[in-house]
Design a protein around this ligand. Sequence first.
Ligand SMILES: [Zn+2]
Length: 269
Amino acid sequence: MKIIPLLFFVFFVSCNQPVKKTTLPEMLATGKWFDLSHDFSVNTVYWPNNPTGFRLDTQFNGMSPGGFYYSSNAFYAPEHGGTHLDAPVHFAKGKWSADQIPLQNLLGAALVIDVTDQCSKNADYQVTIADVEAWEKQYGKIQDDAILLFRTGWGKFYLDVAKYLGTAEKGQEATTKLHFPAIAPELADWLIKNRKIKAVGLDTPSIDFGQSTDFKSHQLFYAENIPGFENVANMDELPATGAFIFALPMKIKDGSGGPIRIIAWVENG
Ligand SMILES: [Zn+2]
């Protein structure tokens, strides 16, 4: 009979123990950061028919009349090239521009679907519904509000333009010679109808494969306000699940995209 008051006492005391709250810096210290952006330079990859690339003009570099060192540049860059955002308005009239995408759609849990094997045998590979189903069999159903990243293995060719794009030629004609993998429109359609994802990204220049002429995956995703991240770097550093990414573009008013700094946090172990 005396055990009940004793249990109550133990319960009361344990409930009153001060619980040490983990702070955000403490929590973040248990993981590692990864940089998923290529740097912007004269080597930045753009579509072959883009008349210009990235340019950095020195405005001042040296000792100022005031006797202190001073450096300042001006940069110029097309929106779509290097590691960049495709805002939905890029292929869907009236949908979000770069400045309109809510912050919560640019950060979140990232799931990495690896299709390196398939792509290594076929530069024109398009990721299929079966690839995603196989991933889900191993790792579980794609969680709501996930950001889906497709790892094709193409990222390692980034500085070898002929290999990365399929051609090093420039101009309109060269766009017919593009060869790199991306997302099959059938998969884009399936993801929209069957899963709830916030954004998609991959380590190639476009979410539609090099030989695409209608850019159907762009049309499908962006009509649903699902943004795309292209030319994502260092994707081989990420686990299949457990990464949290921040993909923050330059906030260009009415922009159809723009350079983006993507970073990922992954818990140790
Ligand atoms: Zn783009």
